[in-house]
Design a protein around this ligand. Structure first.
Ligand code: ADP
Length: 243
């Protein structure tokens, strides 16, 4: 882990005049798995939308691999393409699985991508379903297609927004393994939004707790769970926080 993927300073975001995110400082290390936990409505997805440049912050700045963003100027396509997001419910094209995985590479004008698509499908254990219609897949399989579609683009940063919510334990295990391997083999920086503290504990190097749009505590996973500094972290980790 050398260097920083993101440095966030005094970033805030409001909707309809209501401030939903206010993060003074957040550093995301290159090559780490950072889990963002917190109750529903805490601002986790809003923060991800800033990290993938879908929305600009209202205030503050984001330094992304050394490039300072946040003065309202549009973020270049080149930078945006370094980040890929996988959502809770993937939207797949009504084509076969293979075509879904190839689509992003086609959009980027790539040629000769057959081997990459095959490798991505292999990595998520779906080679045998390559010719199936994507929309006939189970939830877990569809999510693995979404992961293959992300992996094939070889992003520097992968953002995962509740990637295993509502999936069966078998697929949760598979997806966690894929994420872990991607991080350890390719050094992909991963930001995982989850309200599942067990998943955060299993996967993340560091964990941050967001509450009411603020980062209450961020620490290495072990001390975050075993010796939290903030009582709200302790309550959340123990499942005592009511939300
Ligand atoms: P989380 O991902 O932690 O559940 P969100 O980031 O989705 O939280 O939402 C944080 C708050 O911002 C919530 O109160 C939500 O209702 C509000 N919010 C999020 N997106 C929008 C939007 N596009 N318009 C209005 N309010 C929004």
């Amino acid at each position: 882990m050398d260097g920083l993927a993101y440095q966030i300073r005094n970033v805030s975001k409001s909707y309809n005049g209501r401030r939903v995110l206010a993060v003074d400082q957040l550093e995301i290390h290159r090559g780490e798995i950072l889990a963002l936990v917190g109750p529903s409505g805490a601002g986790k997805s809003t923060l991800l939308r800033l990290l993938n440049f879908v929305e600009p912050p209202a205030e503050g700045e984001i330094v992304f691999f050394g490039a300072t963003l946040g003065d309202g100027a549009p973020v270049s396509l080149e930078l945006r393409r370094r980040v890929t997001t996988v959502f809770q419910r993937p939207i797949l094209l009504s084509r076969n699985v293979w075509a879904n995985v190839a689509y992003g590479l086609q959009l980027r004008g790539k040629k000769e991508y057959h081997r990459q698509v095959d490798a991505a499908l292999e990595r998520v254990g779906l080679s045998h379903l390559a010719k199936e219609k994507a929309r006939t897949l189970s939830g877990g399989e569809a999510q693995r297609v979404a992961l293959a579609r992300a992996i094939v683009l070889q992003p520097d940063v992968l953002l995962l927004d509740e990637p295993t919510a509502n999936l069966d334990p078998y697929n949760v295990g598979l997806i966690e393994d894929i994420v872990r391997t991607l991080n350890s083999e390719r050094g992909t920086t991963i930001v995982l939004v989850t309200h599942n503290v067990f998943q955060a504990r299993r996967l993340a190097h560091r964990v941050g707790l967001l509450l009411d749009g603020q980062m209450v505590e961020i620490a290495a996973a072990e001390p975050f769970f075993s010796a939290p500094r903030d009582p709200r972290t302790a309550a959340f980790a123990k499942g005592e926080m009511v939300y």
